[in-house]
Write a protein that binds this ligand. Structure first.
Ligand code: IMP
Ligand code: MG
Length: 181
């Protein structure tokens, strides 16, 4: 497996900007779902760090569940094929479902999830993603809440990985040797 070291990385969004933006997102989402109990569905594995910070900025009761997704990718390229590796534990029928993603790239994963989750008849279905690369979209999906729009660079840290490396980093970093702006 291809391994890199931290010196191959450059900070793109630092931890304090992430924290500040998540406070804003928390306030916005809390306002939009006022009086309701949204059901947050985190997409494993990348989204759990973001989700853990986001729920602590919500002034609402929430319930949580997780979906495991594998998108047949290796390194920095995705094939577009998606497989569910962990199904939901709890029914989402009639629930206000808010999917929590780490990053929206080509849109293929969320497009697939929209189909699968809609079939279970939630009352509403929305997406919050920490990062969005709008320039990479291959399928026309739009997130409802976005932490940061970023250029077409491969990023790691804050839950995101490169061949399982770097999830523990507290900020979002790009791979210097591939593309950093
Ligand atoms: P999609 O292309 O929108 O289907 O994104 C699929 C998945 O690829 C995301 O949920 C991430 O897990 C992964 N991914 C996309 N871009 C990056 C990146 O820059 N760094 C790490 N993972 C990424
Ligand atoms: Mg993901």
């Amino acid at each position: 497996m291809n391994t890199l070291s931290e010196s191959d990385l450059e900070v793109l969004v630092d931890a304090s900007r992430i924290a500040a933006r998540i406070r804003e997102l928390g306030a916005e989402i809390s306002g939009d779902y006022l009086g309701r109990t949204p059901h947050l569905v985190g997409v494993l594995k990348g989204a759990w760090v973001f989700m853990a910070d986001l729920i602590r900025q919500l002034s609402l009761e929430v319930t949580v569940d997780f979906l495991g997704i594998e998108s047949y990718a290796s390194g920095t390229t995705s094939s577009g094929e998606v497989k569910i590796t962990k199904d939901l534990d709890v029914s989402i029928v009639g629930r206000d479902v808010l999917v929590v993603e780490d990053i929206l790239d080509t849109g293929q994963t969320y497009h697939y999830l929209q189909g699968v989750l809609s079939a279970h008849q939630p009352k509403s279905l929305k997406l919050v993603t920490l990062l969005d690369k709008p320039g990479r979209r291959a399928v026309p999906v739009k997130p409802d809440y976005v932490g940061f729009q970023i250029p077409d660079v491969f990023v790691v840290g804050y839950g995101l990985d490169y061949n399982q490396q770097f999830r523990r980093l507290p900020d979002v970093r790009c791979l210097r040797h591939i593309a950093c702006v």
